[in-house]
Design a protein around this ligand. Structure first.
Ligand code: ATP
Ligand code: MG
Length: 445
């Protein structure tokens, strides 16, 4: 409550609380989103942090005198009375009768695009991305990243409830975690260092300390190709846990995690989901298939000729997604036991068939969103595997401290935040689900 002209006013009331102020005078602050002038009155739609609030102006109940300075994207404080009515469906809806308006600031120029329609119509993705700071003012655009907030929040909340510890690993490193061609090199006071491709080596070290750890942070991949699912910087949601029975414990944890995230979205982000027509998946159990069985299925049932017997290409992932939907009515499918040759050096080989690993990917609506698995925890086994992979164990001395001085059976996964958002919202391009994407052609804004 604040006193204005000797009157007590409910300051800056959120739209969701209007129901508690029916008939009372309140203030709201926000942007003028849209003005619709009618005969003798006007609708002024105010865009607040998460809502659009319909305000009605008429000279008979307003001490404000209409003035042309009041225009779209002006920042204002509106004093008014909350009034309610019933809509056609019998739901109570609220609006504000404008008593007074204070203009807090005015834009220097008109917007280069129309942001106050339902969606950004006929505007190319590259233009939207160029104009991100203002394109995001469109309610549908900003809803994407509110939902993304919900996903990351669900990830964090669920893992904290399961006794995980949140960690923050360095992003500038002397060794690239998984090596390969897609690591960014950086000059570090005359020495060559790398941008982190993943928190892998650090999260494993911290299993030896906290047993269960997670991190939500950017990782960097020098992807040389321009695809609809690769970024050069993305948010990796990682967890790693010790004292597991086997890699299925990781898959079960991820299943619980996804259930929690989707429930949270349905509970607290329903307005945004509705705006984006998002279909939130129902998860019971997630079907599971071995890599080689999946290859056989693709060849026999889908008559597909794989070009790579060690991994899936995007079409194969898509077909497996369709198969999971049709056969198990599931938006998700785990593929397990990837070939040893295609998995990183820390992956545990299947003791029953060492050509394959105790690892998995999770496909969501036909797109890989997670890779995970059990890690090697025995010192000698890890050193041997590094040598077999052509690596020099001496360069990984600090990483190997975990193994040398005792490690529990453990495993974990990495889940790409943008890819999950992308397929939840039915986007064709991961950039639509990235606030400020970095790709081979874009480093601004
Ligand atoms: P892909 O085979 O699709 O290129 P990957 O197997 O190289 O991915 P991982 O190293 O397994 O990727 O990374 C774990 C997860 O991180 C992936 O399942 C995906 O969700 C996400 N991810 C990986 N690379 C990218 C990228 N360049 N841009 C956005 N997300 C990515
Ligand atoms: Mg992967």
């Amino acid at each position: 409550m604040e006193q204005i002209n000797g009157k007590l006013i409910n300051e800056n009331v959120a739209f969701e609380d209007f129901k508690n102020y029916d008939g009372q005078e309140v203030t709201i602050s926000g942007y003028v989103h849209r003005i619709r002038e009618m005969t003798g009155f006007a609708f002024v739609i105010i865009r607040t942090k998460r809502d659009l609030i319909q305000c009605v102006y008429a000279p008979e109940f307003s001490s404000y005198r209409w003035d042309d300075r009041l225009r779209e994207e002006a920042c204002v404080k509106v004093l008014g009375k909350v009034v309610s009515s019933l809509d056609a469906k019998g739901n109570q809806r609220f609006e504000l009768q404008i008593h007074d308006v204070t203009i807090l600031s005015l834009p220097a120029e008109d917007l280069p695009i129309v942001i106050n329609k339902k969606q950004l119509d006929n505007i190319q993705l590259s233009t939207i991305l160029d104009l991100r700071p203002i394109a995001l003012r469109n309610p549908k655009e900003r809803a994407i990243f509110k939902i993304q907030e919900g996903i990351a929040r669900g990830f964090r909340e669920f893992l904290l409830s399961q006794d995980f510890t949140e960690i923050r690993s360095p992003k500038i490193n002397f060794a690239g975690a998984e090596g390969g061609t897609n690591v960014f090199k950086l000059d570090y006071f005359g020495k060559q260092v790398y941008l982190a491709q993943s928190p892998q080596l650090y999260k494993q070290a911290l299993v030896g300390v906290y047993e269960r750890v997670f991190e939500i942070a950017p990782v960097f991949r020098a992807e040389h190709h321009d695809t609809s699912r690769h970024l050069n910087e993305y948010i990796s949601m990682d967890f790693e846990m010790g004292f597991i029975n086997d890699f299925r414990d990781i898959m079960n944890m991820e299943t619980g995690l996804l259930k929690y995230i989707f429930n949270l979205l349905k509970k607290e982000y329903s307005a945004e989901l509705e705006l984006l027509h998002a279909v939130v998946p129902e998860i019971d159990t997630i079907p599971c298939m071995k890599f080689m069985d999946a290859k056989e299925l693709l060849m026999k049932k889908f008559k597909y000729n794989p070009t790579d017997m060690k991994d899936f290409d995007p079409q194969e992932e898509e077909m497996l997604g369709k198969y999971a939907k049709k056969e198990f009515n599931s938006d998700f499918i785990f593929i397990t036991h990837y070939p040893s040759k295609k998995r990183p050096f820390y992956t545990m080989d299947d003791p029953e068939d060492p050509e394959y690993t105790l690892s998995f990917d999770l496909l969501f609506r036909g797109l890989e969103i997670t890779s995970g698995g059990q890690r090697v925890h025995d010192y000698k086994a890890q050193v041997d595997k590094m040598i077999k992979c052509g690596m020099d164990p001496e360069q990984f001395e600090t990483y190997l401290m975990l193994h040398k001085y005792g490690a529990p059976p453990h495993g974990g996964l990495g889940l790409g935040l943008e890819r999950l958002t992308m397929h939840l919202l039915g986007f064709k391009n991961v950039r639509e689900a990235t606030m400020f994407p970095r790709d081979i052609n874009r480093v601004t804004p």
